[in-house]
Design a binder for this molecule. Sequence first.
Ligand SMILES: Cc1ncc(COP(=O)(O)O)c(C=O)c1O
Length: 394
Amino acid sequence: MLSRRLDVLGDGPFARIATLLDGIPPNPSKAVLDLSLGEPRHAFPDFVGDILHENRALLGRYPPLRGTPEFRQAAAGWLNRRYALPQDFIDPDRNLVILSGSREGLFLIPQVVVPDPGSHPRAAALIPNPYYPAYAGAAVSAGAEPVFVDADPAQGHMPDFAGLPTETLDRTAICYVCSPANPQGTMAGADYLEVLIRLARKHDFLLAVDECYADIYDSTPPVGALEVCANLGLGLDNLVVFHSLSKRSSVPGLRSGFVAGDARVIDAFVQLRGYAAASVSLPVQAASAALWSDDDHVESARQSYRDKFDLAERELAGKFEFYRPQAAMFLWLRTGDSEAAATALWQNASLKVMPGGYLGNGDKHPGNDYVRLAMVTDMDSTADALQRINSTLS
Ligand SMILES: Cc1ncc(COP(=O)(O)O)c(C=O)c1O
């Protein structure tokens, strides 16, 4: 009865960490601290609750699939401000659709570009390794072969998709890029993105750039793929980008993001959503429009991550190949065997972290030697967690 299609991937990282720590008690003298999940816990603006309340009567209506005009204008307005895009580069009616969180779109998008399962040769989905789990689940569910490409620390943790054999590129249906990258906190440069934008057109695949951490950065705003296209005088062919309020506005429970790019893909995606019914309620759309229109609250979130990375730099510089991430919200520490490090931190220090080994595919991949810490809690517990790492692993 069950399809077992996802069995090729096995359990996801959170199921694996539960299995790893099952039956191992934390240290009874320390309160449990969980930094395994990238769930921002900063305060979000008060106006979110007010707008949800003011618009509650709209829960009696089915929402439009593409998003309300107000939402699309606000999201396009943010793209224009954030990336200094030329006027009319993004048409909010044709190039943009609201998502129930960016994961929903990242998961569904291969369905509109992967050819029928029986087609030959089998379609490939290119995925960075390590990766955000939705990419692989999406590829396999759509019937594509996931092709994992190592994100080599020596190359800025960005995978060399352009170096793949022509045979693979020719059968590629979709290529996922994560920039800023989860888990490594590095970001793709304009040159890197340009190569991929041109490669996608040459081999006619969809370049799907996950930019959900675009606004959480240290000193330099990450370059966006739309910006690169605009600066090169190129249109939006074969490109979509994904954005989210979960990280930018610290509202992961709101479930609100959007996808923007190639109008042909957006149209096909809206058609798919007509069947999938993954719509976003009107009060959430109203609150989301207000969040995309406001940049002040984001600066305070950014500052709070900077303060925590300052602390981490003081505590960990020179250890675990510490580097200060350019963007996103994670520390990516080279501890050696990631399962052993995560188990020791749990058992001795009641600290839950994500073994990097669980974020990648294959027996040997670049994540195996790292653990990921989500810097999502307040300063005091961050300081506490850093000390626990030092005393357990140093
Ligand atoms: C790289 C990456 N992409 C996408 C998402 C999904 O975010 P959301 O569905 O909340 O927008 C996450 C969440 O952790 C993420 O880390």
